[in-house]
Design a protein around this ligand. Structure first.
Ligand SMILES: [Zn+2]
Length: 241
Protein backbone atom coordinates (compact mmCIF):
# COMPACT_ATOMS: atom_id res chain seq x y z
CA UNK A 1 0.00 0.00 0.00
CA UNK A 2 2.88 2.37 0.76
CA UNK A 3 4.31 1.78 -2.71
CA UNK A 4 0.92 2.48 -4.24
CA UNK A 5 0.69 5.71 -2.21
CA UNK A 6 4.11 6.74 -3.49
CA UNK A 7 3.01 6.14 -7.09
CA UNK A 8 -0.13 8.24 -6.55
CA UNK A 9 1.99 10.99 -4.99
CA UNK A 10 4.29 10.88 -8.03
CA UNK A 11 1.39 11.01 -10.49
CA UNK A 12 -0.37 13.90 -8.79
CA UNK A 13 2.62 15.84 -7.42
CA UNK A 14 1.20 15.37 -3.92
CA UNK A 15 3.01 15.88 -0.65
CA UNK A 16 3.13 12.62 1.32
CA UNK A 17 3.62 11.63 4.97
CA UNK A 18 4.62 8.07 5.84
CA UNK A 19 4.08 6.90 9.41
CA UNK A 20 5.62 3.66 10.62
CA UNK A 21 8.09 2.02 12.99
CA UNK A 22 11.87 2.12 12.41
CA UNK A 23 13.02 -0.35 9.78
CA UNK A 24 9.72 -0.36 7.87
CA UNK A 25 11.50 0.99 4.79
CA UNK A 26 10.23 4.59 4.79
CA UNK A 27 13.56 6.08 3.65
CA UNK A 28 13.98 3.43 1.01
CA UNK A 29 10.51 4.21 -0.36
CA UNK A 30 11.23 7.95 -0.44
CA UNK A 31 14.43 7.37 -2.41
CA UNK A 32 12.41 5.47 -5.00
CA UNK A 33 10.43 8.58 -5.88
CA UNK A 34 12.86 10.49 -8.20
CA UNK A 35 13.34 7.52 -10.57
CA UNK A 36 9.57 7.24 -11.12
CA UNK A 37 9.05 10.98 -11.67
CA UNK A 38 9.25 12.30 -15.24
CA UNK A 39 12.72 13.68 -16.12
CA UNK A 40 13.33 17.42 -15.87
CA UNK A 41 12.31 19.33 -18.98
CA UNK A 42 14.91 21.75 -20.42
CA UNK A 43 13.44 24.78 -18.62
CA UNK A 44 13.40 22.95 -15.27
CA UNK A 45 16.90 21.62 -15.89
CA UNK A 46 18.14 25.17 -16.40
CA UNK A 47 16.58 26.35 -13.11
CA UNK A 48 17.95 23.38 -11.16
CA UNK A 49 21.42 23.88 -12.63
CA UNK A 50 21.45 27.61 -11.83
CA UNK A 51 20.55 26.95 -8.20
CA UNK A 52 23.22 24.25 -7.92
CA UNK A 53 25.71 26.64 -9.47
CA UNK A 54 24.91 29.45 -7.00
CA UNK A 55 25.26 26.95 -4.16
CA UNK A 56 28.60 25.75 -5.54
CA UNK A 57 27.26 22.21 -5.92
CA UNK A 58 27.39 21.86 -9.69
CA UNK A 59 29.85 18.99 -9.54
CA UNK A 60 32.27 19.29 -12.42
CA UNK A 61 29.63 21.11 -14.48
CA UNK A 62 27.78 17.83 -15.06
CA UNK A 63 24.06 18.24 -15.75
CA UNK A 64 21.48 15.56 -15.01
CA UNK A 65 17.80 15.44 -15.93
CA UNK A 66 17.11 13.39 -12.78
CA UNK A 67 14.95 15.39 -10.35
CA UNK A 68 16.83 16.54 -7.25
CA UNK A 69 16.41 14.58 -4.01
CA UNK A 70 17.39 16.38 -0.82
CA UNK A 71 17.26 14.83 2.62
CA UNK A 72 18.42 17.32 5.28
CA UNK A 73 19.00 15.97 8.80
CA UNK A 74 16.48 16.94 11.49
CA UNK A 75 19.17 18.99 13.24
CA UNK A 76 19.29 21.35 10.22
CA UNK A 77 19.00 25.06 11.02
CA UNK A 78 16.41 27.35 9.53
CA UNK A 79 19.09 28.99 7.35
CA UNK A 80 20.21 25.60 6.07
CA UNK A 81 16.65 24.70 5.16
CA UNK A 82 15.16 27.86 3.67
CA UNK A 83 18.37 29.70 2.80
CA UNK A 84 20.32 32.53 4.34
CA UNK A 85 23.68 32.94 5.97
CA UNK A 86 26.12 35.85 5.84
CA UNK A 87 26.68 35.37 2.13
CA UNK A 88 23.13 34.51 1.16
CA UNK A 89 22.88 31.07 -0.39
CA UNK A 90 19.95 28.85 -1.30
CA UNK A 91 18.70 26.40 1.32
CA UNK A 92 17.57 22.81 1.01
CA UNK A 93 14.08 23.88 -0.15
CA UNK A 94 15.67 25.57 -3.17
CA UNK A 95 18.15 22.76 -3.78
CA UNK A 96 15.02 20.55 -3.95
CA UNK A 97 13.34 22.88 -6.49
CA UNK A 98 11.58 20.81 -9.18
CA UNK A 99 12.39 17.72 -7.15
CA UNK A 100 11.87 16.05 -3.80
CA UNK A 101 12.50 17.28 -0.26
CA UNK A 102 12.60 14.32 2.12
CA UNK A 103 12.25 15.03 5.83
CA UNK A 104 12.87 11.90 7.89
CA UNK A 105 11.95 11.90 11.60
CA UNK A 106 9.62 14.86 10.98
CA UNK A 107 8.70 15.55 14.66
CA UNK A 108 12.43 15.82 15.52
CA UNK A 109 12.80 19.00 13.45
CA UNK A 110 12.60 22.20 15.51
CA UNK A 111 9.04 23.59 15.37
CA UNK A 112 10.31 26.97 14.12
CA UNK A 113 12.19 25.24 11.31
CA UNK A 114 9.07 23.36 10.21
CA UNK A 115 7.04 26.56 10.37
CA UNK A 116 9.56 28.26 8.07
CA UNK A 117 8.66 25.68 5.41
CA UNK A 118 5.08 26.86 5.22
CA UNK A 119 5.88 29.86 3.02
CA UNK A 120 7.72 27.88 0.33
CA UNK A 121 5.09 25.12 0.49
CA UNK A 122 2.43 27.72 -0.20
CA UNK A 123 4.13 30.05 -2.68
CA UNK A 124 6.83 27.88 -4.29
CA UNK A 125 9.56 30.35 -3.38
CA UNK A 126 11.54 31.50 -0.40
CA UNK A 127 12.29 35.11 0.46
CA UNK A 128 15.36 35.97 2.52
CA UNK A 129 15.21 39.47 3.96
CA UNK A 130 18.33 41.42 4.81
CA UNK A 131 18.79 44.97 6.11
CA UNK A 132 19.59 46.23 2.62
CA UNK A 133 18.34 43.51 0.31
CA UNK A 134 15.73 40.87 -0.36
CA UNK A 135 16.68 37.69 -2.11
CA UNK A 136 14.08 35.36 -3.61
CA UNK A 137 14.91 31.79 -4.58
CA UNK A 138 12.54 29.36 -6.28
CA UNK A 139 11.47 26.50 -4.00
CA UNK A 140 8.76 24.42 -5.64
CA UNK A 141 9.36 20.94 -4.33
CA UNK A 142 7.43 17.83 -3.51
CA UNK A 143 7.54 17.14 0.22
CA UNK A 144 7.94 13.57 1.38
CA UNK A 145 8.00 13.24 5.17
CA UNK A 146 8.43 10.21 7.40
CA UNK A 147 7.96 9.69 11.10
CA UNK A 148 7.70 7.04 13.75
CA UNK A 149 4.19 6.73 15.18
CA UNK A 150 5.42 7.58 18.70
CA UNK A 151 8.53 8.41 20.73
CA UNK A 152 9.48 4.77 21.34
CA UNK A 153 8.68 4.08 17.70
CA UNK A 154 6.44 1.05 18.06
CA UNK A 155 2.88 2.27 18.72
CA UNK A 156 0.45 0.24 16.62
CA UNK A 157 2.85 -2.67 16.19
CA UNK A 158 0.97 -5.89 17.05
CA UNK A 159 1.87 -7.12 20.53
CA UNK A 160 3.46 -3.82 21.58
CA UNK A 161 2.20 -1.55 24.33
CA UNK A 162 3.94 1.79 24.87
CA UNK A 163 5.15 2.34 28.45
CA UNK A 164 3.35 5.67 28.49
CA UNK A 165 0.22 4.31 26.86
CA UNK A 166 -1.65 6.40 24.30
CA UNK A 167 0.18 9.56 25.40
CA UNK A 168 3.33 8.20 23.72
CA UNK A 169 1.80 8.58 20.27
CA UNK A 170 -0.38 11.61 20.98
CA UNK A 171 2.49 13.70 22.39
CA UNK A 172 4.88 12.73 19.64
CA UNK A 173 2.50 13.35 16.74
CA UNK A 174 1.40 16.60 18.40
CA UNK A 175 4.88 18.03 17.82
CA UNK A 176 3.99 18.65 14.19
CA UNK A 177 1.57 21.56 13.95
CA UNK A 178 -1.85 21.28 12.33
CA UNK A 179 -1.17 24.07 9.79
CA UNK A 180 1.95 22.20 8.66
CA UNK A 181 0.09 18.89 8.33
CA UNK A 182 -2.59 20.71 6.32
CA UNK A 183 0.01 21.10 3.54
CA UNK A 184 0.40 17.33 3.28
CA UNK A 185 -2.14 15.76 0.94
CA UNK A 186 -1.56 12.08 1.60
CA UNK A 187 -0.80 10.15 4.77
CA UNK A 188 -0.05 6.45 4.73
CA UNK A 189 0.79 3.99 7.49
CA UNK A 190 3.85 1.89 6.74
CA UNK A 191 3.79 -1.16 9.01
CA UNK A 192 6.86 -3.12 10.05
CA UNK A 193 8.09 -5.70 7.57
CA UNK A 194 7.16 -9.16 8.84
CA UNK A 195 8.84 -12.50 8.30
CA UNK A 196 5.91 -13.45 6.04
CA UNK A 197 6.68 -10.45 3.80
CA UNK A 198 10.27 -11.61 3.49
CA UNK A 199 9.37 -15.12 2.27
CA UNK A 200 6.31 -14.12 0.24
CA UNK A 201 6.40 -13.91 -3.57
CA UNK A 202 8.43 -11.00 -4.88
CA UNK A 203 6.14 -8.41 -6.41
CA UNK A 204 8.75 -5.77 -7.11
CA UNK A 205 8.15 -3.94 -10.35
CA UNK A 206 10.88 -2.08 -12.14
CA UNK A 207 10.97 1.69 -11.68
CA UNK A 208 10.54 2.01 -15.44
CA UNK A 209 7.12 0.28 -15.33
CA UNK A 210 5.91 2.54 -12.53
CA UNK A 211 7.38 5.61 -14.25
CA UNK A 212 5.39 4.77 -17.41
CA UNK A 213 2.10 4.78 -15.45
CA UNK A 214 3.08 8.06 -13.76
CA UNK A 215 3.81 9.61 -17.15
CA UNK A 216 0.45 8.40 -18.53
CA UNK A 217 -1.40 9.90 -15.55
CA UNK A 218 0.37 13.22 -16.04
CA UNK A 219 -0.46 13.24 -19.74
CA UNK A 220 -4.16 12.87 -18.87
CA UNK A 221 -3.86 15.71 -16.36
CA UNK A 222 -2.09 17.95 -18.87
CA UNK A 223 -4.93 17.50 -21.38
CA UNK A 224 -7.53 18.13 -18.70
CA UNK A 225 -5.79 21.28 -17.51
CA UNK A 226 -5.27 22.69 -20.96
CA UNK A 227 -8.88 21.93 -21.91
CA UNK A 228 -10.03 23.86 -18.83
CA UNK A 229 -7.73 26.77 -19.66
CA UNK A 230 -5.44 26.31 -16.62
CA UNK A 231 -1.66 26.56 -16.80
CA UNK A 232 -0.04 23.18 -16.35
CA UNK A 233 2.87 22.79 -13.93
CA UNK A 234 4.45 19.36 -14.24
CA UNK A 235 5.83 19.54 -10.71
CA UNK A 236 2.73 20.36 -8.73
CA UNK A 237 -0.32 19.47 -10.71
CA UNK A 238 -3.06 20.78 -8.49
CA UNK A 239 -3.65 24.53 -8.21
CA UNK A 240 -1.94 26.30 -5.33
CA UNK A 241 -4.15 26.85 -2.32
ZN1 LIG B 1 5.51 4.51 22.07
Amino acid sequence: MARRALEIAAAGGHNLLMVGPPGAGKSMLAQRLPPILPPLNPRELLDVSMIQSIAGELAGGALSDRRPFRAPHHSASMAALVGGGLKVRPGEVSMAHNGVLFLDELPEFAPAVLDSLRQPLESGETVIARANARVTFPARFQLIAAMNPCKCGLAGTPGHTCKRGDACAADYQGRVSGPFLDRIDLRVDVPAVTAADMIGPATAESSADVAARVRAARDIQRERYLAAGHPFSPMRLHPQR
